[in-house]
Design a protein around this ligand. Structure first.
Ligand code: PBG
Length: 331
């Protein structure tokens, strides 16, 4: 365009008022997209704040119903459960993961009883149960694959039997989805869904989550021999392809905001239900800026969530789930 000529196309026309912006909006966040991760702890009458995740709590089973009630009322489709396992029952082998009476299983049964319509997602990984904080078994300082898969499969069956609807293996061992799927089929649990953490990166953004579970201080070394290198993108597609072939019903990318390119590639390539986890560090970062008055809570929250939907996500695991749902219901 040269000076003095009028542009024929003016993209600003469709932005000039609210009704037009609403008509032409390409993507919309809805309550149906939200999954709320919650932390469950032992004891009675316990509700402790996770310091690095303002607003998020560890809640004992007797208080779960009251804690979850707002999410159920708002119509949030599913919860992701994470147990704060007492230190005394953590061991080298993550044995407690196989206990049908462990915290996770008791919480799942209680939630199913109180809220039969809300979906329950169970994280499958040994880190809440191991004394070394790793997701699998450690031999000579290395997290071994095949033996870990055997234990993780036992954990998966244990959770499914307790009423977990969707198993979400977050351990990043090779071949675990196929082994779990076969084991579920053999047990007649053909309806249990698997949402694999297919592209899970060895990220700095899980710090506050590890604080919440108490696994951060225990962790020996890092998780780089099993979680993905943040430098890689093609490899994420191989991870997803492998998990789908092995029987995953849905896949996940994690973390979220720094990995939107991965969400987009996975969605474009496979056209399967693709979830994304806005992880603890992302939540902590946003909340820190919000608390300082540097970002507006609702606007930053909603924009960060909408970005996932725009990138192609079918849904988002987010600690903002309840507040975002409240905001969406308020219109
Ligand atoms: C366990 C697991 C982690 C998260 C979800 N499942 C931590 C890790 O891999 O160390 C992180 C979630 C978050 O940061 O919000 N394997």
């Amino acid at each position: 365009m040269t000076v003095g000529q009028f542009p024929h196309t003016r993209l600003r026309r469709n932005r000039q008022d609210s009704f037009t912006r609403r008509l032409v909006a390409e993507h919309r966040l809805s309550v149906d997209h939200l999954i709320w991760p919650i932390f469950v702890t032992e004891g009675t009458n316990v509700e402790t704040e996770v310091v690095s995740m303002p607003g998020q709590k560890r809640v004992s089973i007797d208080r779960l119903a009251a804690h979850v009630e707002p999410a159920a009322t708002l119509g949030i489709p599913a919860l992701a459960l994470f147990p704060v396992t007492p230190m005394e029952v953590r061991d080298e082998h993550g044995t407690e993961a196989l206990n049908p009476e462990n915290l996770m299983c008791r919480a799942a049964r209680e939630l199913k009883r109180q809220f039969p319509d809300i979906g329950l997602i169970g994280d499958v990984a040994l880190d809440p149960y191991t004394s070394h904080g790793h997701d699998g078994l450690v031999r000579d300082g290395y997290v071994v694959n095949d033996e870990s898969v055997a234990v993780l499969t036992g954990q998966a069956l244990n959770q499914a039997a307790a009423g977990i609807d969707i198993l979400a293996p977050s351990d990043m061992m090779d071949g675990r989805i196929g082994t779990m799927r076969r084991a579920l089929d053999e047990q007649g649990m053909v309806g249990t869904r698997i949402m694999s953490y297919a592209a899970k990166y060895a990220s700095a953004f899980y710090g506050p989550f590890r604080d919440a579970l108490g696994s951060g201080d225990l962790l020996k070394g890092d998780k780089k021999t099993y979680q993905m290198d943040p430098a890689n993108s093609d490899e994420a597609l191989r991870e997803v392809e492998m998990d789908l072939r092995e029987g995953a019903d849905m896949v996940m990318v994690k973390p979220g905001m720094p990995y939107l390119d991965i969400v987009s590639r996975v969605h474009e390539r496979f056209a399967v239900p693709t979830f994304v986890y806005q992880v603890s560090g992302e939540y902590a970062m946003l909340m820190a800026a919000i608390r300082n008055g540097w970002l507006d809570h609702d606007r930053a929250m909603m924009e960060s969530l909408l970005a996932f939907i725009r990138a192609g996500a079918s849904g988002v695991l987010t600690y903002f789930a309840v507040e975002a749902a409240q905001r969406l219901r308020a219109g």
